[in-house]
Design a binder for this molecule. Structure first.
Ligand code: 7TS
Length: 424
């Protein structure tokens, strides 16, 4: 295992001692990661020395900002191995990117009676925009269920594709709850054989695994900057060039036009066609610094390190009586471990962990249909990144063992619960 401990010094926030005197163990990386100094500096440098609006002014600052904004796009294209930087559209985040596909490609292509195929493990960002499109067009949504081992199997994908013949198959490359990783290339190939267009939600994949959109052969791929050590307010929509060319603009306004008259407009070329209004300029510059930083650490090292930590924590959690880990026991997985305690609600668990300096997330993690299928209202989720340590994983397991013990019903509490009809 590579020694990634030194990189902690690059993250000012990780040095923080909390107001209760506890050392911070940040295990909420699936919600958002932290930023290294190089990203913070790139953003400050932009505002301090060359910030201006892009693509518009004929003056030095605007030229410099434009040059850096477009350089960022090139770096991101290289990061995910896109064929050309015109295939990289900057949006406000993964959510905005899915909405762009639904609002542009979806409205143009999807008709009443068509089917959009999803998995039950999707984040709301990859469900609700399709439900909105369904309300508008009359198309149907179908969900591929989990098997008894918390997996979406390739067999289930293949069966659903044949059964529903969907216009679109949209799925997550890595679950934000189950810690499962999808075989993207295989599923994309199966969908294409069936004539379906493919959207890959890579929000939980981009931070953790080397991405190659050409090898995946996906039509659309989305992810967010803030989950790859970059700024909030920026995300990426990758689209196959021919497909993006054929799609109408989604948002209208400045920057996305070629010509406007009182009668109408003509759209700009890619990628501006999909970037109406002032884009996230400093955010794009911060994102470039983030992908540069991540590549300097190495995505293989990142993947290996966080998997080692997560499997270590998972093994410890599985030893504790009454802890249910909502994840397959074996197979390829990510740095996410979600679990449920028999004696304590997830919010109480997260609150108790916070008192010990450990930051996790509790709730449905924007996957209500998944939690409904699991028959749990809420889970506690620890999500590791490359800057986490084995000591932090151990702290988590020890704390959970302690919390499970502390919340154990006492004789009096048990009697009261029985009297109340054993309500949780
Ligand atoms: N897709 C997946 C798989 C996600 O995990 C998230 C955010 C999104 C899409 C949306 O990303 P956004 O940047 O546009 O919000 N996931 C989470 C989470 O698990 N906890 O907080 C945010």
């Amino acid at each position: 295992m590579p020694n990634l401990t030194d990189c902690r010094d690059d993250f000012p926030i990780l040095q923080r001692v909390l107001s209760n005197g506890q050392k911070l163990a940040f295990l909420d990386n699936a919600a958002s990661t932290q930023r290294p100094s190089s990203v913070i500096q790139a953003i400050s440098e932009c505002y301090e020395s060359y910030y201006s609006n892009v693509h518009r002014g004929i003056h030095t600052l605007s030229e410099e900002s434009t040059e850096r904004y477009e350089r960022s796009r090139k770096s991101v294209a290289t990061f995910i191995n896109a064929k050309t930087d015109h295939e990289i559209i900057y949006t406000a985040g993964a959510t905005a990117a899915v909405n762009t596909v639904a609002g542009s490609w979806g409205r143009q292509t999807i008709k009443q009676g068509d089917t959009i195929l999803l998995t039950i493990a999707e984040h709301h960002a990859n469900i609700v925009p399709w439900q909105q499109l369904s309300a508008e067009t009359g198309c149907k949504l179908q969900f591929i269920p989990l098997d008894s081992d918390y997996r979406i199997t390739t067999e289930a994908v293949s069966t659903a594709l044949q059964k529903y013949q969907p216009k679109l198959f949209a799925f997550t490359a890595a679950s934000n709850v189950l810690g499962t990783v999808s075989p993207v290339t295989d599923w994309t190939a199966l969908a294409h054989q069936q004539g379906s267009t493919v959207l890959v939600d890579a929000a939980q994949a981009a931070p953790h695994q080397a991405m190659d959109v050409q090898a995946w052969d996906a039509d659309f791929v989305v992810f967010s900057g803030h989950k790859v050590c970059g700024p909030t307010g920026i995300g990426v929509l990758y689209g196959r060039e021919t497909l993006l060319e054929s799609m109408p603009p989604f948002l209208g306004g400045g920057g996305m036009i070629n010509r406007v008259t009182t009668e109408g407009f003509t759209a700009a070329e890619l990628p501006e066609k999909f970037e109406a209004g002032t884009p996230p300029i400093a955010e794009a510059i911060g994102l470039e610094a983030a992908v540069k930083y991540i590549r300097s650490i190495g995505l293989e090292e990142i993947e290996q390190h966080e998997q080692t930590l997560a499997r270590h924590a998972e093994a410890g959690l599985r030893q504790i009586e009454g802890v249910r880990v909502v994840s397959p026991e074996n197979g390829e997985k990510s740095g996410i471990v979600s679990f449920d305690l028999s004696h304590a609600h997830a919010h109480d668990v997260a609150h108790s962990l916070s008192g010990r300096g450990i930051a996790v997330r509790a709730g449905h993690h924007c996957t209500m249909p998944l939690h409904h299928a699991l028959e749990i209202t809420a889970t506690t989720r620890a999500s590791f990144y490359f800057y986490n340590t084995r000591e932090e994983a151990d702290r988590l397991v020890e704390a959970i063992a302690d919390i499970q013990e502390k919340f154990k019903p006492t004789g009096r509490r048990r009697r009261r619960r029985r009297a109340e009809g054993d309500r949780p």
